[in-house]
Design a protein. Sequence first.
Length: 346
Amino acid sequence: MDRMVVASRRRSLTDRVESATRGIGDLDLLAHTVFGAVAVDIPHTFACMASTDPSTELITRAFKSAPLPIGDEEFAATEYGAPDVNQFAEIARRPVPVGALSVDTQGRPQQCRRLRDYMTPRFGFTDELRLACLSGHTMWGALALYRGDGEAPFTREEAARLAGIHPVVADRIRSALFAANSWSRSPDDTAAVLIVDAQDRVSDMTTAAHERIDDLGGWEHGSLPGNVLVVAALARTSGAPATTRVLGLSGGWLTMRAMPLGGAGRAVAITIDAASATVVGELALAARGLTTRELDVVRLVLQGASTKAIADSLFLSPYTVQDHLKSVFRKLGVGSRREMIAALSR
């Protein structure tokens, strides 16, 4: 065995990923660096890393270790459709946010509809190892590894090793999302609208939708970008509106809203427009590690509420509100409400 490989394996997987990804601000480069670091310890045939909306946990962009010959319609339908084994939303709720299909199905991974009906017939994958990447209790990304025919299933020990990297990857994704110009809004505030039928084909769209689709990642094998398919699938399955926020390729944040037309399983209307300053500010605050209660306090401060009004609204004492504000100031590196408002308004 190559000496460099042996030396690399002596380091823990978490240390290797942390060292290899330090300072990377590009999500695509980050994903492929993670794939390479993980492969030394956990060999795999294919890998995919995704960023997620920290509020809705919907996948916003996916990065694959190699191109696949089809779009993401089937993936979106299985991940955000009927309940299935080891969906990311369920894995994220576990004390240790990792799941290996062969382990979790007691050696019967084909019990997973996603693998049986999609991954195996389409790509020949026979086992899957998934990781939800959380910072605190907030999910910022996800990672999936696959093996195929003739390869050993993923083991409990490999799942445990992979689990150790989830906070590192979450922090790297979070930092990359707010690098460079990602605080800025999209330069064009024109809302785009498209109608997507039950087979995820576009039946109608406004002129502005063409530019928005390109900003969201562009067409792939004639299919809509995965982030559009994801929000459409959730709205179609639930029969209720679905919303997500996505960092566009232009560097501005976009808000997507999907509304089912005629109930579950039908066509979906999707609007895509520039995220408001409030939405971008809340995303930035979440990236700084603010708690849910701290976010509640900041929202009210931005609305001009006094300490007493905030206390009354949140059923807190004024002293508790001041304690929350001190914590927020420390996390944002500011010393007053005025400085905080100025920082969030830039």
